[in-house]
Design a protein around this ligand. Structure first.
Ligand code: BGC
Length: 738
């Protein structure tokens, strides 16, 4: 309502100016230069109006300047769909009937597509949904690096590799912002776990900071042009990240030239003076019921509210301190709410459903497929049994701030039934029972999944059904309940919950025609991996989940996703666990440094369960020899690498060709290899295409912590071309000379 009022006021002001034939004041003149508009608006504002803009007025909004027709800011989670409207000062749903959105696949699924065009489709579509709902800031995407498979929020992020996450975040941000909606990239920075997230002081060396944890944020800012960044809850160098001199002033604004707004995470501010001087612009969530402490309607008590105003009034803090923040907030307004050219958006449309379907189909990963168990052939599979709670459980409700109220959600079972139609019989058997959650913030999936049968009964029933069937599809994994893929806590273990390991092993004994579909945003251990012929990583796929899964299981779509993070065989194979102090306490040192994910596995010569970059297809691809256009390059030169790839099977399909760089000798330890290029190519059966990559010195550089700059050290390098990080098909050497 307030937004509508403000808009009306703005229009009325415009109309009044036009009617009286006066020229527009510069801040209202869209043709005036942006910085001039900002200074003009600022010069018209009172101190109180300025301070008011720096903090929330409700759970998800902050004031504009009603007197001047400058609209409020309305934020929304993010990052997989537009969060339902909540009450003014509560997390609870406002109970509206016009806010059920399309849920897009979780960001891990997007990252698994390895397709920047798909990230662009995602950004454009979710941006349209946000715009239609009159939100000018989308709280997402998240690009915190996957450091441990226990992190309860990994499903909201883009995996373990900085190059992949950077390549995917840029088109997402640009897509969102093409709607006049700011993408608020989160959580800056080093929020790599949920346990201790409000307190932990992360100790990490500069190389790991710059090489692993910051690149995706930098790409979002410098290449994607992100208009907003959200600080994280944790501390770094003893200061909370939302009020962190080093992260916000020195790096974000100083080194990267960020000119957008820095928004706190909800309840992430802890000190007025640091919040004033260390780069934060807008404070959200402090002391509001449900987070941090429990004072209702405490907005005037926020660190950047009355306490800030008092310091300004007394002269202890110069007015320039608030002016700097308001400039950034006004820049946000001119880019979003006050941009007369922004489109109107669209919501919960069939087009968005289709976009979600395409993203999901490109992200599904075929992990294993012995004897071409998949796709399921309906001429022989006449009796199909679907087993497992995740075949029916709604996954869009729950998980924390990314929980959604959706227009619809096709479950895996419904998708399979719709696809099979009358071609075969499809029965469902429960198999196991998880916790009966399925509600958050007053929004419920409407499902009652409680079941009083014992695990023994459920297993016996499932095994009997599996014996009778022509084909068994097991759909299990994790869910969005607390302690699994859920904000606010981490997973207790890498293993599957609810006795699924035992059940899967029994099913594998009962029927060889078995596909195991894992729904999760995280790696899980698979003690049964050798006995199960086919495994599909199905992620959280949103509204179109069931249709997307069915299209892959039955071969309408040839799977083409690859893992955006390593599936370790056990936690001892993860750097954060073996040397890295996870979960820390008041502080946590990332002793593994730059050796995260496959970098750790390579260094320690560990064979993962499934490697970063792994993913199969229903066809096969042959790689020819990679070649370089020159065996030597100079410091400012570039190198072109080409490799022919052929579809050697009988189906059309897409392959993700990966390029890794190996620095053979360096004055500092370097990873065995690092992803520096990839291309997803579509090939008809028999077709060959030559993939080409151009590399410059940035692909060869490491961050020198002493010089505090990126350095490419002359010497011998190798280009590795692979189908995954552990399936290198061709290598070629070259030299970087001075
Ligand atoms: C989360 C953010 C989210 C915010 C608002 C916080 O608890 O960490 O990611 O955007 O709440 O819901």
């Amino acid at each position: 309502m307030k937004t509508v009022k403000n808009l009306m006021l703005f229009v009325a002001l415009l109309a009044a100016c036009l009617a009286s034939a006066q020229s527009l004041p510069p801040y209202l003149d869209p043709s005036a230069p942006l910085e001039q508009r900002i200074e003009d608006a600022l010069s018209r504002m009172t101190l109180e109006e300025k301070v008011a803009m720096c903090h929330a007025q409700s759970k998800f909004s902050s004031p504009g300047v009603p007197r001047l027709g400058i609209p409020e800011n309305w934020m929304t989670d993010g990052p997989h769909g537009i969060r339902a409207e909540v009450l003014w000062d509560e997390w609870n749903t406002a109970g509206q009937t016009n806010d059920a959105c399309i849920a897009f696949p979780a960001l891990t699924a997007l990252a698994a597509s390895w397709n920047p065009a798909i990230a662009s489709l995602y950004g454009i579509s979710i941006g349209q949904e946000a715009r239609y709902r009159n939100k000018n800031v989308l709280l997402g995407p998240g690009v915190n690096i996957y450091r441990t498979p226990l992190n309860g929020r990994n499903f909201e992020y883009m995996g373990e590799d900085p190059f992949l996450a950077s390549s995917m975040v840029v088109p997402y941000v640009q897509g969102v912002q093409s709607n006049g909606v700011a993408a608020c990239v989160k959580h800056f920075a080093l929020n790599n776990q949920e346990v201790n997230r409000h307190t932990v002081d992360v100790v990490v060396d500069d190389r790991a900071l710059y090489e692993i944890y910051l690149p995706a944020f930098r790409a979002a800012v410098q290449e994607g042009g992100a208009w907003a960044i959200m600080g994280s809850y944790n501390r770094y160098r003893g200061q909370w990240a939302c009020q962190n001199e080093y992260l916000l002033n020195d790096i974000l604004r100083g080194e990267w030239g960020f000119d957008g707004v820095v928004v706190s995470d909800w309840g992430g501010v802890n000190d007025t003076r640091q919040a004033i001087f260390n780069g934060l612009d807008m404070e959200f969530g402090t002391w509001t019921d449900g987070l941090s402490e429990g004072v209702s309607d405490a907005y005037s008590q926020y660190f950047l509210a009355d306490p800030f105003l008092a310091l300004l009034r007394s002269g202890e803090v110069p007015v320039s301190a608030v002016d700097n923040k308001v400039r950034n907030i006004l820049r946000l307004a001119f880019r979003t709410t006050m941009n007369p050219d922004r489109p109107f958006g669209s919501f919960a449309s069939p087009e968005h459903g289709n976009a979600g379907l395409r993203i999901a189909q490109e992200g599904i990963v075929l992990l294993k497929n012995d004897s071409s168990t998949l796709p399921i052939a309906l001429d022989s599979a006449k009796k199909i049994v679907v087993i497992g709670e995740n075949a029916v459980k709604q996954m869009t409700v729950g998980g924390g701030s990314s929980s959604l109220k959706v227009k619809y959600e096709i479950s895996p079972l419904a998708g399979i039934q719709a696809r099979v139609g009358s071609a075969a019989s499809v029965t469902f058997v429960r198999g196991y029972v998880g916790e009966d959650a399925g509600a958050q913030d007053g929004i419920s999936s409407g499902q009652d999944l409680s079941d009083s049968r014992s695990p023994q009964q459920l297993t016996a029933e499932a095994v009997a059904a599996a014996r009778e069937a022509d084909f068994v599809i097991f759909v299990g994994g994790l869910n969005k309940n607390a302690g699994q893929d859920c904000e606010g806590g981490d997973r207790a273990s890498l293993g599957l919950p609810y006795g699924q390991d035992h059940l899967i092993s029994e099913l594998a004994r009962a029927n060889r025609n078995l596909a195991v579909v894992i729904i999760s945003g995280n790696a899980v251990s698979m003690p049964w991996v050798d006995s199960v012929p086919s495994i599909v990583q199905g992620w959280y796929l949103g509204s179109e989940a069931g249709n997307a899964l069915a299209s892959v299981l039955f071969g309408d779509v040839n799977p083409s996703g690859k893992l955006p993070f390593t599936f370790p065989a056990g936690l001892e194979d993860v750097g954060a666990h073996s040397v890295g102090e996870y979960p820390g306490g008041d502080s946590e040192t990332y002793h593994e440094g730059i050796f995260v994910g496959y970098r750790w596995a390579d260094r320690r010569k560990i064979r993962p369960l499934f490697s970063f970059g792994h993913g199969l297809s229903y066809t096969t691809f042959a790689y020819g020899r990679a070649s370089v256009d020159s065996k030597e390059i100079g410091p400012d030169g570039s190198l072109t690498v080409t490799v022919p790839v052929t579809n050697t099977g009988f189906r059309a399909g897409s392959e993700i060709v990966q390029l890794y760089i190996s620095d053979l000798k360096c004055s500092l330890p370097r990873p065995v290899k690092e992803l520096k290029g990839f291309d997803k190519i579509f090939l008809a059966p028999g077709e060959t295409r030559t993939v080409s990559f151009t590399l410059d010195r940035s692909a060869l550089s490491f961050f020198d912590p002493v010089l505090h700059e990126w350095v490419a050290e002359p010497g011998d390098f190798e280009v590795l071309i692979g189908a995954s990080s552990s399936d290198i098909r061709s290598r070629v050497g070259f030299k970087l000379h001075r």
